[in-house]
Write a protein of this length. Structure first.
Length: 567
């Protein structure tokens, strides 16, 4: 018998296994990065040797290494190396001009502090802040910077706001044809006004402006920052980065080859609806070429079913009137059913999975239907995912359960807050309060994996996720807590602790075909743990948000330790 390199004692182990059962124990022994034994102190005493590192957990909870099954870790480069436009909060009486000025003040400070940057990138502005008739445009940025390209990504990563110099650098003008999916807005002359929405439109800028993307070294620096200040800090040891550039992919690979990743990362290949045949062929040919050991792999293809919420019923009458939209307008779908079904089938036959962004109930309906048809054509189910799932029809919930389609949900969105309130004008209060029906998914045997969609909702704090799933209410650290204190989203029964932990750990590992490797505390699995500074079972549900991770362990090594450090 090998002696343990590491032993956790006086722990309150809380883990859901691959069989769905709860593991309880007070000690865990680790040998050569693998869990060797779980049990009582008496049962694991024989594993202690002269070189065994012993961590006394002080009776606090030990969770498995946690999983962020839908995030955009590489996008942290936009805030780390670019202009950070997050955290600008808007007052109800502010005009659109006031809001634009707030963003421009932040931009000006960054521009002045970086005179040598050949171009300016930033992220974090919020499209929904502009609802009084005045939307930002290229001329606004030109007032701050007109001699260098400026490209500002919205917090949602679905919209770009650029200046005139960026349009010129990309060769975009009044002669540039409209895109098939998404849009860019034009002035009366036909010249673009500086707003580009959704992937195909944004690619005109991203692929057109020379030197637009961050360098591989910049991505490496920002990813190291992300795993230190976000992932490991919150007990996360497994992520799926669900939309990244070629340079970011190379950065992941190099960090994995250099042994500098303290997380397992899974990437995606992005499938553009308008170019699906060529893209799919290229990705299938490329399969496996970007994999580095078990630290970084790409086994998933990502696409968008919609941009703006595609709904079964039209948007609200007043919204349609104010925005001069047809009375039956419900948001566009990006795919035809037959092409999306074909994409599912081809992806599965290549031994890969499809990850579809869908929020509105119409785009969810199409995604579920096409995944089901594609799986039937391929003759098997896989680990195909519908992500976000704001609204869904009952028949589609049932079909997801029957077809083993994974639901990837963001618990930080499962609360009654300003984001939900902003949906009232668009789809009405009744539909808005039915959003993110986590309990309904669980009751229909759907495997639900949690993701943060970081940096859409910073910080990616796992304890925030657990509390939001268990209360469906905002917590005291939320910026709009005073306004929405005590309000619960919908009438669904919130999650139990066991359900939230399962969605935050083993289910995410399952999504990424890693449930036999990580995601739970079981003998033979890789030794990944999040040691908390409290006992979560003895903590009031309303105070879970304040729990901190004392230590994070990855492959048997301590990779994060907070200031308190643990005992």
């Amino acid at each position: 018998m090998k002696k343990a390199d590491l032993l956790l004692k006086n722990a309150s182990v809380y883990s859901i296994g691959t069989d769905g059962k709860r593991t309880k124990a007070e000690t865990v022994a680790v040998a050569e990065g693998v869990i060797a034994a779980i049990g009582s102190e008496a049962e694991t005493k024989e594993y202690i040797g002269d070189e065994t590192q012993i961590i006394d957990c002080g009776g606090n909870t030990v969770l498995p290494g946690l999983c962020d099954a839908h995030c955009h870790a590489s996008y942290s480069a936009s805030a780390y190396a670019g202009c950070d436009l997050f955290g600008i909060y808007i007052q109800e009486d502010e005009t659109d001009e006031d809001i634009i000025r707030k963003y421009l003040d932040r931009l000006k400070k960054f521009v002045d502090e970086h005179p040598d940057n050949e171009m300016i990138r930033g992220t974090g502005w919020v499209e929904a802040n502009f609802n009084k008739g005045r939307y930002p445009n290229r001329h606004d940025i030109d007032k701050i910077c007109n001699d260098r390209p400026v490209v500002l990504e919205a917090f949602s990563q679905h919209t770009l706001w650029v200046n005139t110099k960026a349009l010129e650098a990309a060769g975009i003008d009044e002669n540039t044809p409209d895109v098939k999916t998404g849009a860019f807005w034009r002035e009366e002359s036909g010249y673009p006004n500086g707003i580009f929405k959704e992937a195909e439109a944004m690619s005109l800028v991203k692929e057109g402006v020379p030197g637009y993307d961050y360098t591989v070294e910049q991505y490496k620096d920002s990813l190291l920052y992300y795993q230190r200040e976000y992932a490991n800090k919150y007990g996360v040891t497994l992520i799926q980065d669900c939309w990244h550039s070629d340079n970011a992919r190379e950065a992941y690979k190099q960090l994995a080859e250099e042994g500098r990743l303290t997380i397992r990362a899974r990437g995606v290949y992005f499938l553009e609806p308008g170019n699906s045949d060529a893209d799919l062929a290229a990705y299938i040919e490329r399969k496996g070429q970007d994999d580095v050991d078990d630290l970084f792999k790409i086994e998933t293809i990502k696409t968008f079913a919609e941009g703006t919420f595609a709904m079964c019923e039209p948007y609200c009458e007043e919204f349609l009137k104010v925005n001069d939209l047809p009375e039956d307008y419900n948001g566009p779908l990006f795919w035809k059913d037959d092409k999306l079904t074909e994409a599912v089938r081809k992806t599965m036959e290549a031994g890969m999975d499809l990850h579809i962004h869908a929020m509105g109930d119409l785009s969810v309906k199409q995604s579920v239907k096409c995944i089901a048809a594609g799986q039937d054509a391929a003759g098997r189910t896989g680990r195909n995912v519908v992500a976000h799932l704001m609204l869904i029809k009952p028949e589609d919930v049932r079909l997801m359960g029957q077809q083993n389609i994974i639901g990837n949900c963001q618990p930080r969105w499962m609360v009654y807050d300003s984001d939900i309130k902003s949906m009232f004008d668009l789809i009405g209060e009744k539909r808005s309060l039915q959003a993110y029906p986590y309990r309904t998914f669980l009751d229909n045997d759907i495997t639900v994996a949690f993701g943060t969609d970081f940096p859409v909702t910073p910080p990616p704090d796992t304890m925030h996720e657990i509390q939001c799933a268990m209360t469906r209410s905002v917590f005291p650290d939320a910026p709009d807590y005073r306004q929405f204190k005590g309000k619960v989203l919908g009438d669904e029964k919130p999650a139990a602790l066991e359900e939230a932990v399962q969605s935050l750990s083993i289910n995410g590992a399952y999504q990424m075909n890693l449930e036999d490797v990580t995601g739970s505390i079981e003998v033979g699995k890789s030794a990944e743990f999040a040691i908390l500074d409290s006992n979560i079972e003895k903590t009031s549900i309303d105070e879970i948000y304040a729990i901190k991770v004392a230590k994070t362990i990855f492959k048997g090594k301590v990779v994060y330790e907070n200031e308190k450090g643990g005992k």
